[in-house]
Design a protein. Structure first.
Length: 118
C-alpha cells in the first residue's frame, strides 16, 4: 500500500484513511508463486491478505507515523495464507470403480426421470 493519506486523532487515537494506492505486480506474483509451490491465484490471495492487513487501524497508525514496523503484520498474514495453501490436503482423484459407477448412473434413465441423487 503506497501513499496513504489520512488523519490520526491524537486525543482519541482514532485513525481515518482517506486514500491509498494498491499496485499488484503480476510478474512478482508469478515468480513468488513458483518459489512457494502454489499457483498464481493463491499467491494473489496472499498478497490481497497482506494489503488488507494494511487497512487495520493499528497499521494505518504505524504507516502515518512512518514506523518501520508497518510491514510486520502484513508479511505475517501473507505467510499464514501461503502456508495454508502449501499444507492443504490434495483432492483425491476418483478411482476407476467410482468413474464406472458414475457412468452406469448416467445410463440409468430412471435416475434422470426421478431426478434423484444428483
Ligand atoms: Zn506491505
Amino acid at each position: 500500500m503506497d501513499d496513504p493519506t489520512g488523519t490520526i486523532n491524537r486525543t482519541t487515537g482514532n485513525v481515518t484513511l482517506k486514500s491509498a494506492t494498491l499496485t499488484f505486480f503480476e510478474k512478482n506474483i508469478e515468480e513468488s508463486a513458483l518459489y512457494h509451490g502454489i499457483n498464481t491465484d493463491e499467491r494473489l490471495a496472499a498478497t490481497v491478505g497482506h494489503e488488507i492487513e494494511h487497512t487495520t487501524d493499528e497499521n494505518i497508525r504505524l504507516n502515518l507515523d512512518g514506523s518501520a514496523r508497518v510491514e510486520d503484520e502484513p508479511i505475517k498474514k501473507a505467510d499464514e495464507i501461503i502456508k495454508e495453501y502449501q499444507n492443504r490436503k490434495p483432492v483425491a482423484a476418483p478411482n476407476s470403480s467410482e468413474i464406472f459407477r458414475f457412468e452406469k448412473e448416467l445410463e440409468d434413465p430412471r435416475r434422470i426421470f426421478h431426478g434423484g441423487g444428483w
